[in-house]
Each structure stands twice: as C-alpha cells, then as structure tokens.
Design a protein around this ligand. Structure first.
Ligand SMILES: Cc1cc2nc3c(=O)[nH]c(=O)nc-3n(C[C@H](O)[C@H](O)[C@H](O)COP(=O)(O)OP(=O)(O)OC[C@H]3O[C@@H](n4cnc5c(N)ncnc54)[C@H](O)[C@@H]3O)c2cc1C
Length: 423
C-alpha cells in the first residue's frame, strides 16, 4: 500500500530508490512482519539468533545496511535513495533492526564514516555495520546538564599525557545497555564557548570507570533481545587514548549537527511508515466491522478523519523529501526542523486515530497499534522536542536569518545554534 502511494503520488523518488524500497517492502511482508506478529501473539522475545538470521536474509537480498557505503558492508545508497526504504522498515517494530538501519546504530555508523580515522573505521565501524558490536550516542545529561539546550553540557574530558580522562553522567543513552562503545559528547575546553570547546570521544564499554547504572523504565515495549533500552551511564575518570577523539578536537557540535540532520529525517521516514501501517490496519478493521446498521467504513465521521490523516501523512512525506534534497546542498536546518516537528505530530495523531478506529482491539496487543502508540510518543521529544523546533523556526521567521547564510556555512554561532541533539 505504502509503495503504491509513493508511486502514485509521484514523489519523484529515483528508479533505484523505488526498486530497493519495493524489495524492502517484500522482505517486510514475507519475513519481518509475520515474525513480529508471532512475537506479539505469543509474548516471546525475538532472539539474537533470529535477528542474525534476518540479517543473513537481508544480505542475500542485497538489503542489508542500505545507508552504509559498500566498502564497509552496506548497499551504498545515497541519502535520498535510502529514504523510501526507511519508510518501509518503519512499518514493523523490528523492521529497521532487521536490515541494520535502526537508530542509534545507523547514526553512529554515519558519524564514524564521516569523520572517523582509518583505524577507528577498521576497529569500530566495520564490525558495527556487521552487527558484531553495538554502540550508543551519549549526549543527554540529568538535572543541570545537556537536554533541550545542549550548551549546558557538564561532562568533561581532560588531557593527561596521551590520554583523555573522561567524567560525566549521561542518561537516555539509547542502546546504552548493550553498547560496546559510546560516542560521548564532552567539554574538552572550558575556556571557550561550548560550540568550540566540545568533542566527541569514543569510550569503550570495558574501560575502567564506565558504569552502566540501569535501563531507565520507559513507555514502549521492546520485543527483541537485541539492543533496545535507554541507559543511565556514568563515566568515572575513564582513561582513553587521545586517538579516541572522533573527528577534530573541539568539533563535537559541528559533527553532531551533521549526524542529526539526516538522523531526524530517517526517524521521520520510519515513523511515517509506522503511521501508514496503522492506518492500513484501521481501514481493514472499519471495512469488516459493523455497527448501527452499516459497516464502520461507511460512517462519514470516520471517513473524514481517515481522509485528513491520509492528507497529513502525504504532506509529511513531501516535506521530508524536500528537506532530504536540501540536505544534499546545505545543512537544511529549518527544513529539517519543520519536517521533524510536523511529522512527529502527524504520526502521533494518525496512530492515535488508528487506535480509536479499532476500538478495544486498538488497546489490545494482538495488533501492533498499541505498541506503535507507545513507541511514537517519544518522537515529539527525542531529536529535539516540538517546542525546540518551533523555537528555531520562529527565530528564523522573525529574525529573518539569511537563508544563504544557513546554506553556506557549517560554522556555528548564536544564530545557527543546535537546539537539541539526540537519537
Ligand atoms: C526514547 C528516548 C531516546 C533517547 N535517546 C537518546 C540518545 O540515544 N542519546 C542522547 O544523548 N539522548 C537521548 N535522549 C534524550 C533526548 O535527546 C532528550 O530527552 C531531549 O533532547 C529533551 O531533553 P530533556 O529530556 O532533558 O528535556 P528538557 O530539556 O528538560 O525539556 C523538557 C521539556 O521542556 C520543553 N522545552 C524545552 N525547551 C523549550 C523552549 N525553548 N520553549 C518551550 N518549551 C521548551 C519541551 O516540551 C521539553 O520536552 C532520548 C530520549 C528519549 C525519551
């Protein structure tokens, strides 16, 4: 259904993008969604071995890690070409994981690929792509610390000879429980503005002083043994070599911004796929269920709401594609903020509507909608809360920030600040 809409609506995806997305759709329908349905019905977690089997199948079908260059074991699709495939994987709770395109892993791969040294790529990126190791991005901090305002970063790394000594308290570190390494955003120069004095340091999980405290209890179930969870992590005088700096020292905000622009859009695509599947389920339910003398699908009140949801989703997809094209030319900061804020709200509203249409079955967990409902709520907070994106858009709208300035620079100043960093 989704792929048909993509074609019919003429989103101008390339032939290659459509061809790959069609094969991803088949993989979801033939392998991934049936397994997801079974797991929901039995309540049994999908095991690590099963995920590995799905990865093998994805490799046989040339679908594994579509976003990663071929030299590191992926399919080498460019950003615009991979987006329709990300829509497809969003249709299942385990879709992105099944082709190794899940957050935060894909964002961390992208970061290492962009700015990692050759040694870091060999030691960490290559096995990360293959799923031999796992990773996490640690920016957010509790209480007085980085959250919506990442300039509040409190974690530090201080040089001692040829080592960094890292200290900090991080939380909401997605996949942080099983991570083999963390990309930690830390202040490395307290004498300059955080935009110039912050670095990303690669901290191996097994380094002395790394303390994974707990999985923060949260809304939304995980149905696999593999990855998942959002950890509270402490770095207590953790010593790592200076070579573990990812990218240039002091460049942490610039790198994080590069990581986030694309990451926000891939989230948008995955969640729009989730909303689309919810609508498909709701429409099927309305076509079968009767009340007050007619099929529910004939009730005008419901038909209008479905029409609105289809319209909103189409608008979201169009905005995402526009932002993706702009991202090829610039940091597309405002376009990405608009897409992210709009899509987060549209997908939340659409999934809420789908749940309502299914009545008690929407609340029940035989269908995936209740899981989607729990899962999608965080999207209005992660990758920048709604209000933070509205703030950026309003600053652009009122201050009339010169668009060419946004396009031509990746340097940060007060007008081009990052308002939120996360996965
Ligand atoms: C499921 C999940 C996964 C996450 N994964 C990661 C991860 O992998 N790595 C990582 O580093 N972080 C991660 N985060 C953290 C996430 O980035 C933060 O939750 C987010 O940036 C908001 O920060 P905060 O929670 O500290 O909210 P706060 O900064 O405390 O803000 C609270 C609320 O205040 C409002 N607000 C904020 N600023 C403004 C404003 N200017 N005007 C009006 N209202 C405002 C917003 O509604 C916001 O939700 C994750 C969070 C969740 C829930």
């Amino acid at each position: 259904m989704l792929y048909t809409i993509v074609s019919d609506m003429e989103y101008h995806d390339s032939e290659k993008a459509k061809e790959v997305a069609g094969r991803v759709e088949d993989f979801m329908d033939e392998v991934v969604i049936p397994r997801e349905r079974e797991a929901l019905a039995t309540g049994e977690e999908i095991t690590v071995d099963e995920i590995h089997e799905m990865w093998d199948m994805a490799k046989e079908r040339d679908l594994f890690a579509p976003q990663v260059p071929e030299e590191y074991g992926g399919q080498g699709l460019d950003f615009s070409d991979m987006l329709p495939s990300f829509e497809q994987v969003g249709r299942s709770l385990i879709g992105a994981l099944a082709i190794r395109a899940n957050a935060p892993q894909e964002g961390n791969m992208h970061t290492l690929e962009m700015v990692g040294t050759e040694e870091q790529k060999e030691e960490y990126l290559r096995p990360l792509v293959q799923g031999e190791i796992s990773s996490a991005f640690a920016m957010t901090e509790p209480k007085v610390g980085a959250g919506s305002d990442p300039k509040m970063l409190q974690s530090t790394a201080v040089k001692d000879g040829d080592e960094w000594v890292v200290n900090g308290h991080k939380w909401w570190t997605s996949d942080g429980l099983g991570a083999d390494f963390y990309l930690a955003m830390v202040r490395t120069d307290l004498d300059v503005h955080p935009y110039e004095g912050t670095s990303i340091i690669l901290v191996p999980r097994d380094a002395d002083g790394v303390e994974v405290q707990r999985n923060i209890p949260h809304l939304g179930d995980h149905i696999t043994e593999r990855e998942g969870g959002h950890a509270e992590v402490k770095f207590n005088n953790v010593r790592v070599p200076i070579e573990n700096t990812v990218g240039e020292e002091g460049d942490g905000f610039r790198i994080a911004q590069l990581r986030l622009g694309g990451g926000r859009l891939t989230h948008c695509m995955r969640y729009s796929g989730m909303a689309e599947r919810s609508l498909d389920i709701a429409k099927a339910y309305l076509q079968e269920r009767e009340a007050f003398g007619t099929k529910l699908e004939e009730k005008q009140a419901l038909r209008h709401r479905i029409a609105d949801a289809e319209t909103q989703l189409h608008a979201a997809r169009t905005m995402i594609r526009h932002a993706a094209r702009e991202l090829d030319r610039s940091d597309a900061r405002i376009e990405v903020a608009m897409s992210k804020m709009f899509t987060a709200n549209v997908t939340n509203e659409t999934i809420d509507l789908a749940l309502q249409c299914c009545g008690g079955n929407g609340i029940g967990k035989d269908l995936p909608i209740a899981h989607f409902y729990e899962n999608v709520r965080a999207f209005r907070i992660v990758d920048g809360a709604d209000e933070v994106h509205r703030r950026s858009i309003a600053r652009w709208a009122f201050d009339d920030v010169d668009e060419t300035e946004i396009e031509n620079t990746l340097e940060f100043d007060e007008d081009l600040r990052i308002d939120a960093l996360d996965e």
